[in-house]
Design a binder for this molecule. Sequence first.
Ligand SMILES: O=C(O)CCC(=O)C(=O)O
Ligand SMILES: [Fe+2]
Length: 354
Amino acid sequence: MAASGETLTMVPKTVQELATAVEEPPSQYLRPEQERHAGLRAADEMPDPIPLIDLSRLTDADEADKLRAALQHWGLFLATNHGIEDSLMDAVMSASREFFRQPIEEKRKCSNLVEGKPFEIEGYGNDKVATQDQILDWQDRLHLRVEPEDERNFAKWPSHPESFRDVLHEYTSRTKGIRNLILRSIANLLELDEAYFVNQLSNKATGFARFNYYPPCPRPDLVLGLKPHSDGGLLTILLVDEDIGGLQVQRDGKWYNVPAKPYTLVINLGDCMEIMNNGIFRSPVHRVVTNAEKERLSLATFYSVDGETVLEPAPGLVDDRRPSRYRKLKTKDFVVGLIEHFLQGTRFIETLKI
Ligand SMILES: O=C(O)CCC(=O)C(=O)O
Ligand SMILES: [Fe+2]
């Protein structure tokens, strides 16, 4: 038996390898008893549907009102007329599918674990296993920095399929435009200067693309594809596999399915945005359930501010009646806490609440 020190640094097999090798998921993947007991399924009825927002009409009052309601109730919405052609969405999904279909040795060329070096945030693989009781997710991923552009680490970018780099570059140049559009709309809803959030973005502001791959799982009743969490940044723009659901969002303690609509993006707020708007619009807790028959892919693009930015509520949203609700800290310190908490299935933002 391995000494416990060894166990902690052990590299788990990719889930893709596991999925073909085991009939039952290993114990590290099993959700805690009370969570399984509640069932990993969503509630049958929704209090109101998750709004579908037309991004080409956000300057119209009725569409802006819909956005406000979406952010108040869900922290998340579906977006249509976002300006990304169907063909580009297809191309980025199919480049991703091709990457994950390659033999493991090929994918390892982009690994987030290079022998003798500490675990890296970028690359192909799984989460760092920090403690023995950490519950693992039924997914593998490829995590790449896309912003700032001059800090892209192409050593971690797949060279196969050949189109991968160009397609990801093109796709993320579009999602960046969507980021700015939504940030302006949120500032308007909060009656801040329209450029307030965009102005928080220095030329070192970060963007990451996370390609998630969820193989079929023999026990969707016991295992999650991605544990409950909220995203850390300002905004996440998510592209999901066409007709395979799986994403769920929590509202008032209950889980609801987020519908998967072809060529529609899912956009959600992150913790940094919750802090900057002083808790008026929350960052939603979400999770992904597994599917016994089908594999599933998604591409999340996370946008945030740079590490040196001090995270604090916009001064225009703080007054005597609504004092600051969060302890202030630098974004780079927030990210350290966020990762530590994520691995343990908790939320760092909760510890910052005053
Ligand atoms: O796969 C999904 O639908 C959600 C992915 C997600 O929540 C994430 O990558 O943070
Ligand atoms: Fe997420």
